[in-house]
Design a protein around this ligand. Structure first.
Ligand SMILES: [Zn+2]
Length: 184
Protein backbone atom coordinates (compact mmCIF):
# COMPACT_ATOMS: atom_id res chain seq x y z
CA UNK A 1 0.00 0.00 0.00
CA UNK A 2 1.35 3.44 -0.89
CA UNK A 3 2.24 5.99 1.75
CA UNK A 4 -0.61 8.22 0.61
CA UNK A 5 -3.11 5.36 0.74
CA UNK A 6 -2.03 4.56 4.30
CA UNK A 7 -2.43 8.21 5.29
CA UNK A 8 -5.88 8.41 3.72
CA UNK A 9 -7.08 5.26 5.48
CA UNK A 10 -5.68 6.40 8.84
CA UNK A 11 -7.44 9.75 8.48
CA UNK A 12 -10.64 7.99 7.48
CA UNK A 13 -10.50 5.65 10.47
CA UNK A 14 -10.28 8.66 12.79
CA UNK A 15 -13.14 10.38 10.93
CA UNK A 16 -15.39 7.31 11.06
CA UNK A 17 -14.63 6.77 14.76
CA UNK A 18 -16.20 10.15 15.49
CA UNK A 19 -19.01 9.97 12.90
CA UNK A 20 -21.77 10.45 15.47
CA UNK A 21 -25.11 11.83 14.30
CA UNK A 22 -24.06 12.09 10.65
CA UNK A 23 -25.26 8.51 10.19
CA UNK A 24 -28.80 9.57 9.44
CA UNK A 25 -28.40 12.61 7.21
CA UNK A 26 -30.98 12.87 4.43
CA UNK A 27 -29.74 12.81 0.82
CA UNK A 28 -31.15 16.22 -0.27
CA UNK A 29 -28.83 19.06 0.79
CA UNK A 30 -30.19 20.50 4.03
CA UNK A 31 -29.45 24.11 3.11
CA UNK A 32 -30.74 23.75 -0.45
CA UNK A 33 -27.87 25.14 -2.46
CA UNK A 34 -24.98 24.09 -4.70
CA UNK A 35 -21.49 25.40 -5.46
CA UNK A 36 -19.61 24.87 -8.73
CA UNK A 37 -15.93 25.51 -8.13
CA UNK A 38 -12.38 24.65 -9.18
CA UNK A 39 -10.58 21.49 -8.10
CA UNK A 40 -7.57 23.59 -7.00
CA UNK A 41 -6.12 22.05 -3.82
CA UNK A 42 -5.97 25.45 -2.10
CA UNK A 43 -9.76 25.81 -2.21
CA UNK A 44 -11.81 24.09 0.47
CA UNK A 45 -15.47 24.92 -0.16
CA UNK A 46 -16.53 23.38 3.16
CA UNK A 47 -14.33 25.92 4.90
CA UNK A 48 -14.65 28.98 2.63
CA UNK A 49 -18.43 28.67 2.49
CA UNK A 50 -19.09 27.18 5.93
CA UNK A 51 -20.43 23.78 4.94
CA UNK A 52 -21.04 20.79 7.15
CA UNK A 53 -21.86 17.29 5.89
CA UNK A 54 -25.35 17.28 4.41
CA UNK A 55 -25.51 21.04 3.79
CA UNK A 56 -24.90 21.58 0.07
CA UNK A 57 -23.78 20.07 -3.22
CA UNK A 58 -20.25 20.87 -4.36
CA UNK A 59 -19.45 20.24 -8.02
CA UNK A 60 -15.76 20.53 -8.86
CA UNK A 61 -13.69 20.40 -12.01
CA UNK A 62 -10.62 22.12 -13.46
CA UNK A 63 -11.50 25.82 -13.39
CA UNK A 64 -14.98 25.40 -11.91
CA UNK A 65 -16.25 25.71 -15.47
CA UNK A 66 -19.86 25.24 -16.59
CA UNK A 67 -19.04 22.20 -18.71
CA UNK A 68 -21.79 19.90 -19.95
CA UNK A 69 -20.96 17.55 -17.10
CA UNK A 70 -21.07 20.30 -14.47
CA UNK A 71 -24.50 21.29 -15.79
CA UNK A 72 -25.57 17.63 -15.67
CA UNK A 73 -24.79 17.62 -11.94
CA UNK A 74 -26.51 20.96 -11.30
CA UNK A 75 -29.66 19.82 -13.11
CA UNK A 76 -29.74 16.66 -10.97
CA UNK A 77 -29.07 18.81 -7.91
CA UNK A 78 -32.20 20.85 -8.56
CA UNK A 79 -34.52 18.46 -10.36
CA UNK A 80 -34.08 15.48 -8.05
CA UNK A 81 -32.59 16.92 -4.87
CA UNK A 82 -34.20 20.31 -4.61
CA UNK A 83 -31.38 22.86 -4.56
CA UNK A 84 -32.68 26.25 -5.65
CA UNK A 85 -29.71 28.61 -5.37
CA UNK A 86 -26.32 28.12 -7.01
CA UNK A 87 -22.84 29.64 -6.84
CA UNK A 88 -20.13 29.65 -9.51
CA UNK A 89 -16.76 30.24 -7.80
CA UNK A 90 -13.58 30.66 -9.84
CA UNK A 91 -10.38 31.90 -8.20
CA UNK A 92 -7.23 33.97 -8.48
CA UNK A 93 -4.05 32.27 -9.70
CA UNK A 94 -5.99 29.47 -11.40
CA UNK A 95 -3.91 26.95 -13.32
CA UNK A 96 -6.44 27.16 -16.14
CA UNK A 97 -5.04 30.62 -16.94
CA UNK A 98 -1.59 29.20 -17.65
CA UNK A 99 -2.26 27.35 -20.90
CA UNK A 100 -4.43 27.21 -24.00
CA UNK A 101 -6.06 24.34 -25.84
CA UNK A 102 -3.19 24.48 -28.32
CA UNK A 103 -0.53 24.22 -25.58
CA UNK A 104 -2.30 21.34 -23.80
CA UNK A 105 -2.81 19.44 -27.05
CA UNK A 106 0.83 19.90 -27.96
CA UNK A 107 2.07 18.68 -24.56
CA UNK A 108 -0.15 15.61 -24.66
CA UNK A 109 0.91 14.82 -28.22
CA UNK A 110 4.51 14.58 -26.99
CA UNK A 111 4.04 12.49 -23.84
CA UNK A 112 1.60 11.67 -21.05
CA UNK A 113 4.15 12.47 -18.31
CA UNK A 114 3.78 15.53 -16.09
CA UNK A 115 5.00 18.61 -17.93
CA UNK A 116 7.27 21.31 -16.49
CA UNK A 117 6.49 25.00 -16.26
CA UNK A 118 8.76 28.03 -16.00
CA UNK A 119 8.57 31.73 -16.79
CA UNK A 120 8.41 30.99 -20.51
CA UNK A 121 5.50 28.57 -20.17
CA UNK A 122 4.88 24.83 -20.27
CA UNK A 123 7.42 22.34 -21.66
CA UNK A 124 7.11 18.62 -22.15
CA UNK A 125 10.06 16.66 -20.83
CA UNK A 126 8.49 13.20 -20.97
CA UNK A 127 9.73 10.23 -22.94
CA UNK A 128 6.58 9.68 -24.99
CA UNK A 129 4.61 8.32 -26.61
CA UNK A 130 1.90 10.92 -26.38
CA UNK A 131 -1.54 11.00 -27.94
CA UNK A 132 -3.49 13.33 -30.22
CA UNK A 133 -6.73 12.52 -28.37
CA UNK A 134 -6.27 15.86 -26.61
CA UNK A 135 -7.22 17.52 -29.91
CA UNK A 136 -10.81 16.39 -29.37
CA UNK A 137 -11.22 17.89 -25.90
CA UNK A 138 -12.23 21.48 -25.19
CA UNK A 139 -10.04 22.13 -22.16
CA UNK A 140 -12.14 25.15 -21.09
CA UNK A 141 -9.11 27.27 -20.26
CA UNK A 142 -9.44 30.75 -18.78
CA UNK A 143 -7.89 33.99 -20.05
CA UNK A 144 -9.86 36.39 -17.83
CA UNK A 145 -11.39 35.27 -14.52
CA UNK A 146 -14.22 37.83 -14.45
CA UNK A 147 -15.13 36.99 -18.03
CA UNK A 148 -15.09 33.25 -17.33
CA UNK A 149 -17.35 33.65 -14.28
CA UNK A 150 -19.77 35.79 -16.30
CA UNK A 151 -19.75 33.36 -19.23
CA UNK A 152 -20.37 30.35 -16.98
CA UNK A 153 -23.15 32.02 -15.00
CA UNK A 154 -24.77 33.06 -18.29
CA UNK A 155 -24.45 29.56 -19.76
CA UNK A 156 -26.05 28.01 -16.67
CA UNK A 157 -28.86 30.57 -16.45
CA UNK A 158 -29.63 30.29 -20.18
CA UNK A 159 -29.52 26.50 -20.27
CA UNK A 160 -32.83 24.96 -21.38
CA UNK A 161 -32.77 22.45 -18.51
CA UNK A 162 -32.30 25.15 -15.86
CA UNK A 163 -35.40 26.97 -14.55
CA UNK A 164 -35.15 30.72 -14.98
CA UNK A 165 -35.87 31.49 -11.34
CA UNK A 166 -32.76 29.82 -9.85
CA UNK A 167 -30.39 32.55 -8.62
CA UNK A 168 -26.85 31.89 -9.89
CA UNK A 169 -24.22 33.95 -8.08
CA UNK A 170 -20.75 34.51 -9.55
CA UNK A 171 -17.69 34.94 -7.34
CA UNK A 172 -13.90 34.89 -7.48
CA UNK A 173 -12.15 33.37 -4.47
CA UNK A 174 -8.92 35.18 -3.58
CA UNK A 175 -6.22 32.61 -2.81
CA UNK A 176 -4.22 35.21 -0.87
CA UNK A 177 -6.99 36.27 1.52
CA UNK A 178 -9.57 33.46 1.49
CA UNK A 179 -12.24 36.01 0.53
CA UNK A 180 -15.04 35.54 -1.96
CA UNK A 181 -15.31 38.62 -4.18
CA UNK A 182 -18.57 39.10 -6.06
CA UNK A 183 -18.51 39.29 -9.86
CA UNK A 184 -22.26 39.26 -10.45
ZN1 LIG B 1 -8.33 26.70 -10.54
Amino acid sequence: MSQIEQEVLAANAAYAADFGDKANLPMPPGRGFAILTCMDARLDPAKYAGLAEGDAHVVRNAGGRASDDAIRSLVISHKLLGTDEWFVVHHTDCGMETFTDEVMRGLLAQSLDTAAVDSSGWHDTGAGAGSREGDYIDWLTISDQEASVKADVARIKDHPLVPGDIPVHGYIYDCRTGRLNEVL
